[in-house]
Design a protein. Sequence first.
Length: 341
Amino acid sequence: MTLQFQADVDLRPYNTFGLAARAAHFCRLDDLADLPALLAHPLYRQGPVLWLGGGSNLLLTRDYPGLVIKVALTGIRLLREDGGHVIVEAAAGENWHDFVLHTLEQGWYGLENLSLIPGTVGASPVQNIGAYGVEVKDHLHEVVCAQLDRDGAPLVLSNADCRFGYRDSAFKHEAAGRLLVIAVRFRLSRHASLRTGYGDIARQLAEDGITAPTPSDVSRAVIAIRQSKLPDPAVLGNAGSFFKNPVVSAAQAEQLLASHPQLPHYPAADGRVKLAAGWLIDQCGLKGYRDGDAGVHAKQALVLVNYGEASGAQLHALARKVQEAVRERFGVALEPEPLIL
């Protein structure tokens, strides 16, 4: 057994906001063979327990009173080839961006629009991460889980079993606390089918002088766009986009567009309309707003940042201020993306 339990551990290195919260107890899960022993350990059984991936979708407003478990399972393997497609499996602890780059190097295409999203592979289906017209669900084949209430017994979920929605999945609802993602399987293509019509990708490719882009070209364009708009968590603490783009009824969207014709909007499921949360926040005059070391990023209003010594409570208060401003001006409720503890 390789499990090592530590007491009173600083969580600053384990969350991309760089918040100085502490865990009463901490351990890493590096080997799946250790999971049954971990689930039987007194520290796990007495709880509470926080399973941690890359810490890029987390806002810690206080110290954690229980056991924090860093999921550090690694490994990538090609399971099979299916005509022009491949099924590839990545362990939950793999860095997401590194995995995307690996697939492109192998000639496995489909994830290029999801380049440079922070976090781990294991978190990708939980959040159904997405960017530039692509979501994880579009290329996800299966999710390999451990059943925490059955001594870690494996369970494989199909794409449909995951009940994906916009930044949503079964892992946030009925599976929360019951299933642990240990690996994700993707169905990727040997033949490129590029999505370049969303956001700034076409403009970036044109600026780069690329007229016949490859998947790697699209990946590099996405990386350039994200780097131009989003702060590097290693330099300025943040959790990426803090708010989901709100989805409203067609009637409400029509009313808003009558008053604000410049409001960016996109068709969503069931005839509803997705609005650009960043635009709404910007119109409230909050882009670049700062209260102490807690702020709204100057280039992207969707991103809350820690300028150095902000506390989680201060960032949480700022998030509520943003929500109240948007609700008061537009009648639209913004929902945070990160888990707030």
